[in-house]
Design a protein around this ligand. Structure first.
Ligand SMILES: Nc1nc2c(c(=O)[nH]1)N[C@H]1C(S)=C(S)[C@@H](COP(=O)(O)O)O[C@H]1N2
Ligand SMILES: [Mo]
Length: 375
């Protein structure tokens, strides 16, 4: 096994993977650590009651910044497009604002969403279930700019580098990710300068970010400083080491790409402050939520009441890569109950009832379970 892995894993990548363990720690069943708390308060999630809205209201969209937020002076900022292109470009924000633009509602979800529910728990940003949000992104289609620069025939990927820098897994880096050329040329991949009609907030990538509809959030590079077309697959840390489905630290694994199918429910009733257990009166209640998938449109959502499943009513999404609303009436009878929801997409994939574990805690789309007390 080790031999086979070393054949598939470049030496530099293996060295980086080995460095991952001492810096982030082995998965644990122990209590939440101070480091996880520190990450959790910087990188906030979306309160589940915001699932009521098609578009997540300002400030409630989830947030993940690996390093520090770079505060960029847009007057002096330029986007560089180069590498395997016919014409290198250097564009100011003012120039980009004059280019053709699109506005597109997109549901973004962090690939680590659900991580802290895994047993054992991979140590990183300790998402529970709410690492998600939907915004309308406005900006220039990436394909338009790539057509302006002209892409060489032997191009295989496009590398996006952010202005934020730091150290992860012992490796000093600027946050950078790549996309296969075919994905980069999709008409709906956008270089966004507006979020829900307003200027991009500093924490969401001002002055310009990439948005890749359907992919987990790590692909949507914020604070873009350069775009480079390359003729060999990119092997930067966030591509080759982080964001992989691995069984252990030495497993080269497979890359994290499209969002898996998931549904979430607005917890009904009111919460207890400390435990967040839900309390509601007996009688009819409308259970509602949202569902999405990057791998194929959501086709059904089933709602489970104490393990008995029934299909929910499903609405059409506002756009192909925006979540859709679902609802199901329930007559709550007194006592303790467990509510859950489970989506199935056009690829035939359904959310698992039990966890599917991996070393980095990626793509845990196991069904949500909500404990309620009906009074
Ligand atoms: N430059 C840069 N881009 C980034 C990140 C980052 O740390 N730096 N985080 C990524 C991750 S892991 C996610 S899930 C999304 C989060 O986007 P949001 O904070 O706007 O919700 O941004 C991605 N783009
Ligand atoms: Mo993420």
């Amino acid at each position: 096994m080790t031999k086979q892995m070393s054949k598939r894993t470049p030496a530099v990548q293996r060295r980086q993977t080995q460095q991952l363990a001492p810096h982030s720690g082995e998965p644990t069943n122990g209590p939440l650590t101070a480091e996880e708390l520190q990450l959790a308060v910087r990188n906030h999630s979306m309160p589940l009651e915001a699932l009521r809205k098609d578009i997540t209201p300002p400030g409630l969209h989830y947030l993940v910044d690996h390093f520090d937020i770079p505060f960029i002076d847009a007057e002096h900022w330029h986007l560089r497009i180069g590498g395997a292109v016919q014409r290198s470009l250097e564009l100011s924000l003012r120039a980009l604002l004059r280019d053709p633009s699109i506005s597109i509602p997109v549901t973004l979800e962090c690939a680590g969403n659900g991580r802290s529910l895994l047993r054992p728990r991979p140590l990183s940003q300790p998402w529970i279930l709410e690492g998600v949000g939907t915004s309308t992104w406005t900006g220039v289609p990436l394909a338009y700019l790539l057509s302006q620069s002209g892409v060489d025939e032997d191009a295989v990927e496009v590398v996006f580098t952010g202005a934020d820098a730091g150290i992860q897994g012992g490796v000093r880096q600027q946050y950078a990710r790549s996309l296969p050329i075919a994905e980069a040329l999709r008409p709906d991949v956008v270089l966004a300068y507006r979020m829900n009609g307003a200027e991009l907030p500093p924490q969401h990538g001002y002055p310009l970010r990439l948005v890749v509809p359907g992919w987990y959030g790590m692909a949507s590079v914020k604070w873009l400083s350069s775009i480079k077309v390359v003729t060999k697959p990119f092997d930067g840390f966030q591509q080759a080491v982080a964001y992989r489905y691995q069984q252990d630290a030495d497993d080269a694994g497979t890359p994290v790409t499209w969002m898996k199918v998931r549904s979430l429910m607005v917890p009904p009733g009111v919460p207890d402050f400390f435990t967040r257990r839900r309390f509601l009166p007996a009688g009819p209640v409308m259970l509602t939520g949202r569902a999405w998938s990057g791998e194929g449109a959501v086709q059904r959502v089933d709602v489970g009441i104490d393990g008995k499943w029934a299909p929910a009513h499903l609405e059409h999404p506002a756009a192909p890569f925006a979540w859709c609303a679902w609802s199901m009436p329930w007559v709550a009878d007194p006592g303790d109950h467990e509510l859950s929801c489970r989506a199935t997409d056009a690829s035939g994939a359904a959310q698992p009832l039990e966890q599917v574990w991996n070393y980095q805690g990626m793509g845990n789309n196991a069904v949500q379970r909500i404990k309620v007390t009906v009074e």
